[in-house]
Design a protein around this ligand. Structure first.
Ligand SMILES: *Cc1c(COP(=O)(O)O)cnc(C)c1O
Length: 380
């Protein structure tokens, strides 16, 4: 673990093949899939949409795995040059990159349309590896135990965690670790300008945003309009009342676009029983935080980790180590690092020159039928 300031630690989680924390859980999943598919004599075609991190972590986890193919759509020309080089330089036969002429939402619409075509899904054994995947969440629980043991000297001590959050997957694993008995003091949810979660923990109101209200920020892996794992925590908050949880997430959300627990006495337990706090940051905060951490400690942090450090500072307590989960390395988001520091981020040696490697990618119009035809062709 590195140090961001005397009482704050950075838990390094981003040294996997795609330089984001998602790698560790995804790598486990790749091996589980291969094992279980072989045991059942089955095959699986993973189909998804990515704006960067998730898709490449999935591809690096599944490359060369028997019984698994990946078909990953991404918006053509919209990922960072580094991210494009990472994904498209994978030449494994079971990995298919499809660059859609459109934006990320066009990719997601195609995935939804295919998911709704049950016959097609069944015939071509289509599955996903999205952030509600329970195996991914389970693997992430380990981060909290590992961080706790490194930052404390005895089991009587508590530690707090700040987690740069989007879909509430990583911090939900922290909640699970706490429920398992890990002595966590506070779990701090850090968001960027897309502050759906911060708003909930401050007010008790969960208000999902429309696509038009979702900001494109310099910590893009946290640009979400609703947090797909959040229901898991609310279920606990409501005393595991499945009927009420279903009601507020189902009809409540789809009819009015929000639910309001501010008047419910159980809402206070989010902060008390479960120890949650939250905060948000802006582009200017990220620049300043990246500058400060670099000037004081000589450590370059990425934009998402910067959201975490900024918010963590608001919740420091004497005697309680604060651990910020590092979620990516700065090289993935070089443009903002240059803006903050006036220099290029460090590039791990294995990534020297990847922009020049041969690429395999299929550019395609945003047309469901074309994508389906491509999958059909490559499934036999
Ligand atoms: C996915 C991701 C996040 C958000 O994690 P969630 O589990 O969706 O809350 C934060 N930072 C980076 C770099 C990511 O890739």
């Amino acid at each position: 673990m590195g140090q961001a300031q005397p009482d704050m630690f950075l838990e390094a989680l981003s040294n996997g093949p795609t330089l984001a924390f998602k790698d560790m859980a995804m790598q486990l999943l790749g091996n589980l899939f291969e094992y279980e598919l072989a045991r059942r004599g089955e095959a699986l075609n993973i189909f998804g949409a990515t704006s960067g991190d998730t898709g490449s972590a999935a591809e690096y986890a599944m490359r060369g795995k028997k019984g698994v193919r990946v078909f990953m759509t991404s918006p053509n020309g919209r990922m960072s040059p580094f991210q494009q080089a990472q994904m498209f330089s994978l030449l494994d036969e079971n990995i298919h990159n499809i660059a859609i002429e459109g934006v990320f939402d066009d990719c997601q619409d195609i995935v939804k349309a295919v998911s709704n075509d049950l016959d097609f899904k069944r015939q071509y054994k289509i599955g996903t590896v999205n952030s509600i995947n329970w195996a991914r969440l389970l693997a992430q629980v380990v981060y909290y135990f590992a961080g706790y043991f490194q930052a404390t000297q005895s089991n009587d001590q508590k530690a707090s965690f700040t987690v740069p959050s989007g879909n509430f997957g990583n911090v939900c694993a922290g909640h699970v670790a706490r429920m398992m008995g890990l002595p966590i003091d506070r779990l701090v949810v850090a968001t960027n300008e897309n502050d759906v979660l911060d708003e909930f923990f401050r007010t008790g109101i969960y208000r999902v945003r429309g696509t038009a209200d979702t900001h494109e920020t310099s910590s893009p892996s946290m640009d979400i309009s609703k947090a797909s794992n959040f229901e898991r925590f609310v279920f606990d908050l409501l005393g595991r009342d499945a009927v009420q949880t279903k009601a507020i997430f189902g009809e409540g959300l789809s009819r009015q676009g929000f639910f309001d627990l501010s008047g419910d006495p159980r809402f206070a337990q989010a902060a008390t029983t479960y120890g949650f706090d939250s905060g948000r940051s802006t582009h200017a905060d990220r620049l300043k935080t990246i500058q400060q951490v670099f000037a004081n400690y000589g450590v370059m942090i990425d934009t998402h980790t910067a959201d975490g450090v900024k918010v963590a500072k608001e919740y420091l307590k004497p005697q309680v180590p604060m651990i910020v989960l590092e979620t990516a390395l700065p090289i993935k988001f070089a443009a903002t690092i240059v803006e903050a520091l006036g220099r290029q981020p460090e590039r791990p040696p294995q990534f020297e020159g990847i922009e020049a490697l041969p690429k395999r990618v299929q550019v395609m119009k945003a047309d469901v039928d074309l994508v389906k035809a491509y999958i059909q062709q490559h499934c036999d």
